[in-house]
Design a protein around this ligand. Sequence first.
Ligand SMILES: C[S@@+](CC[C@H](N)C(=O)[O-])C[C@H]1O[C@@H](n2cnc3c(N)ncnc32)[C@H](O)[C@@H]1O
Length: 329
Amino acid sequence: LTPLAAARRRLLALPHRAAESRAGRRLIYEVRNRRVFSDLYQHDRMLHDRVRVDAYVAGIEKHVRPGDVVADLGTGSGVLAFLAARAGASTVHAIEHGQIIEAAEAGARANGIENVRFHRTHSQRFDPGERVDVLLHEQIGDAAFDERVIDNIADLRDRVLKPGGRILPGRLGLYIAPVELDEPFRGPYAWQQTDLHGLDFSALRSLAPAQGHGYRYRLFRPFPLGRILAEPEPVAIVDLHTARPGDLPTTFTYERPVTTAGKLDGFCVWFAAWFDDDLSFTSSPLDPPTSWATPLLRVATRSVAAGDTLRFELRAGDLAAPETWDWDD
Ligand SMILES: C[S@@+](CC[C@H](N)C(=O)[O-])C[C@H]1O[C@@H](n2cnc3c(N)ncnc32)[C@H](O)[C@@H]1O
């Protein structure tokens, strides 16, 4: 290897080396998050998602009281801050680390909303100079915790929220269920194609171990659900009023009897978010579609019969970082 080629190889390996540590993953996430949400299309999708918007309208109208001081973590287009202002908040601190905040400021002016104060900063550097009554957020990832919600909410809660203050939504759950995909979307591994018009592709299996994480962690939007083969189970349900970074489980075992015979294509993952015991929303593929993608943890497709026991172990270096998840076929 020439010194130049060796330097190039070290440079190319940097993102992989960084992703091995929690701090490195966090850094990669922050850079990517700021870039993703600078794309107006993301805000198109989120504002167009009636399940999401209607749930927040209901949650904010129910839980933000006249005179409350509110902090909106990751204000984006400003929608949640505007709703809180309309619900009677005396001041809303709208925090946003991306340039979308400029559009949100213009939006507040266009809507005649004067009591939203905009802070262009990362939430962990935000200091409002006062304690707040309510922490508002939509920091929910496709796999619930993967937008670093626990790190960021725990930081704000401990520094900025009044004792007994409210977090909206305050509880988050991550679910998993074995599924068969809808026929046109069924995707056995290429190496499982042993008789494609008489051709056998099982030789491709040798390439599988070298594939990146996305080969087995597939995102669908909307999710092409054929059927759920056994009861869903929560991997984790977290109360953000008390959760601390590091609280999430790192292994989870799913073990359930098959209730509906079919082809097991993998385990699909979704979240539920609660404003209170009666008010929640979910990205479950059993409910109306939302702007969230639904991850599928692929396994080698196989037939299962009603009454079979399905066992699946999820091993997560960090449950908030799906790129650290691993499971057997
Ligand atoms: C999923 S979007 C939600 C936007 C808006 N609240 C809504 O409901 O439409 C999350 C927003 O939070 C911002 N964000 C993420 N983490 C942040 C942090 N730690 N500090 C400040 N802004 C953050 C992103 O740039 C993005 O605009």
